[in-house]
Design a protein around this ligand. Structure first.
Ligand SMILES: NC(=O)C1=CN([C@@H]2O[C@H](COP(=O)(O)OP(=O)(O)OC[C@H]3O[C@@H](n4cnc5c(N)ncnc54)[C@H](OP(=O)(O)O)[C@@H]3O)[C@@H](O)[C@H]2O)C=CC1
Ligand SMILES: O=C1OC[C@@H](O)[C@H](O)[C@H]1O
Length: 400
């Protein structure tokens, strides 16, 4: 019998990303060289019906004794669940995460963490009170590619970072793709728009290169200037947001660093099907690191130094995958047969934290998730973008 500890997951919601995450979760960790932990799925819940949860468990090939629930509330009480993965729209994260924390479960909650910073702060407070692990599921931070980029920065390869230019945009043709305005990408009731869905990755790259690479004690929040263009189809959801950030730095560190973070659901980072325009450029006096799209799951980096060195790297996502119908999100065709999606690395991190008693994630703690929510609050304040009060509230429980 294996002595490897197994973490027991419950999956809250059965939509697109829940399927992708759970299929990744159930891949053998040995395929990515992990031997310290195993994952299993013991329950799934659908707010639509129990039969939908059953169909979900079947589709992901969960163990046959995994339990299906037709209600999130009943599911949260399941004594066999160690940690819940929350895969509802942004609007629902606060209510759903709070439900699970109140029931004593550890939580991995999809991005954007919440609708606003106040909700994120409240969840962090409850997790702390109850001594539970809580993490925003920003999977990109856990990729070997991201770890490599951060290491190039901290080892000083390009010198003190002067500037980061970061985009995550997709030409989604919203009038055609989301005709009735109800889709979560554009629906204000679901905290839709580019900023919370796609812009968070543009900000993730800015923060993981300019903020997370600093010693924790010296990290300082940036100043922000932002513009927001509303999506005319639904009004209170943005079709693009553009952010300029200034990160304070001492003269010894090269002085203040600047970032430009952009996001759009109308135009793409790299035109057509090409992926040859960098989505992230990290610039220092000794060179530049480029990351190629899509910024949420890049497969290529290029380091260009002023001494003429060029290091190009292709990044493979370990498998075995589950074939070509693997959900890949909007406009993302970057997935090859045989590859996993790459969501298992964040799951490994959550599991490792639970097993070692750590309460926050190592590559983005709760303070950093809260700070990024504060930045997005400020973008919306400067851009005049308000969501309905029922999804901005701290009240709990609220039926959405
Ligand atoms: N990390 C990544 O790469 C990705 C992350 N995401 C994030 O995952 C979350 C979900 O996205 P995605 O899976 O694409 O969304 P889907 O619309 O495909 O699924 C959302 C699920 O949430 C549940 N739900 C509960 N209440 C509602 C409601 N009022 N309206 C719609 N759905 C509801 C439903 O499941 P049920 O009926 O079973 O309760 C639904 O299937 C978002 O936060 C998004 O940002 C999305 C795509 C990629
Ligand atoms: O998180 C995400 O990454 C992939 C995108 O396709 C999707 O819209 C977004 O939610």
């Amino acid at each position: 019998m294996s002595s490897t500890p197994t973490v027991r997951w419950g999956i809250l919601a059965t939509g697109g990303i829940a399927l992708t995450f759970t299929k990744d979760l159930l891949l053998d960790p040995a395929t990515r060289g992990v031997s310290s932990v195993k994952h299993t799925v013991v329950a799934a819940a659908s707010s639509s019906s129990k039969s939908r949860a059953e169909a979900f468990l079947k589709e992901v090939a969960a163990p046959s004794d995994a339990k299906a629930y037709g209600s999130y509330e009943e599911f949260a009480e399941d004594p066999n669940v160690d940690i819940v993965y929350i895969a509802t729209p942004h609007s629902h994260h606060y209510q759903n995460a709070r439900l699970c924390l109140e029931a004593g479960k550890h939580v991995l909650c999809e991005k954007a963490f919440t609708v606003n910073a106040a909700q994120a702060r409240k969840l962090a407070e409850i997790a702390k009170e109850k001594n539970l692990f809580l993490m925003e599921a920003v999977w990109t931070r856990y990729f070997p590619l991201s770890i490599y980029v951060r290491e190039q920065i901290t080892s000083g390869r390009i010198g003190h970072i002067a500037r980061v230019i970061s985009d995550n945009s997709m030409a989604l043709d919203p009038e055609k793709s989301f005709t009735d305005g109800k889709h979560r990408m554009v629906n204000p009731d679901l905290a839709g728009g580019a900023l919370l869905d796609l812009g968070i990755y543009a900000l993730t790259w800015v923060f993981q290169t300019l903020y997370h690479t600093q010693p924790e004690k010296t990290r300082q929040p940036p100043k922000l200037l932002a513009f927001v263009k509303p999506y005319r189809g639904t009004g209170n959801a943005d079709e693009h947001s553009t952010m300029i950030l200034n990160f304070p730095r001492s003269e010894e560190e090269g002085g203040d660093a600047h970032a430009v973070a952009t996001t759009s659901l109308r135009v793409a980072t790299s035109p057509g099907a090409s992926q040859d325009t960098p989505c992230v450029r990290i610039q220092g006096p000794k060179g530049e690191i480029q990351v190629f799209p899509p910024s949420f799951r890049p497969t290529k980096t290029k380091l260009i130094l002023s001494d003429g060195t060029i290091e190009e790297k292709d990044w493979v996502y370990p498998g075995p995958g589950k074939g070509s119908n693997w959900y890949s999100g909007f406009g993302d065709s970057q997935h090859s047969e045989g590859e996993g999606r790459g969501m298992f690395w964040e799951a490994d991190e959550a599991a490792e934290a639970i097993l070692t008693g750590r309460k926050e994630a190592k590559f983005e703690n709760l303070d950093e998730s809260i700070l990024i929510m504060e930045i997005m609050d400020e973008v919306r304040r400067q851009g005049g973008l308000e969501y309905p009060s029922k999804i901005e509230t701290l009240d709990y429980p609220v039926q959405l």
